[in-house]
Design a protein around this ligand. Sequence first.
Ligand code: RP5
Length: 166
Amino acid sequence: MIESNPLVSIIMGSDSDLPVMKKAADVLEEFKIKYEMRILSAHRVPNHVREYVTGLSERGIKIIIAGAGLAAHLPGVVASYTYLPVIGVPLKSGALNGFDSLLSIVQMPGGVPVATVAIDGAKNAGLLAVQILSINDNNLASKLKEYKIRMEEEVLKKDSELNKES
Ligand code: RP5
């Protein structure tokens, strides 16, 4: 997907990750934030990962969301090549149902942080990216406040429907 002047890069290890990682893209679209998406594996195309990530800050990208499953080295490798904040998404796959990727992504050594969300937590990765961008964007901060209010209203509506007298 190609957009001019994207602020967020979404990278995933395989096309099999796309159905989950698309949820991060959906959030960015909801908040009208430009992004680009790439399939780049730390294991299968390591040289391409390095080349792509080292050019990101120069191109104006502010945040990277990286998702991978199994022995999920992609977010950590991406973080090693950049000073941009990296949000890692462990993906549920294989014999260990994502616990392997969760530990691979969250257990980074000191000096190379990856902000890790839940297994298959791509939606929250998108929201966290929006929150980081909102630090310098009042319009985005207002939209986030509205988002929280809508979420509250939806839960309260479900609660009142559940307890409605029949
Ligand atoms: C990881 O291996 C990918 O991120 C994906 O979650 C997993 C399986 O990849 P495929 O064999 O489906 O391409 O590198």
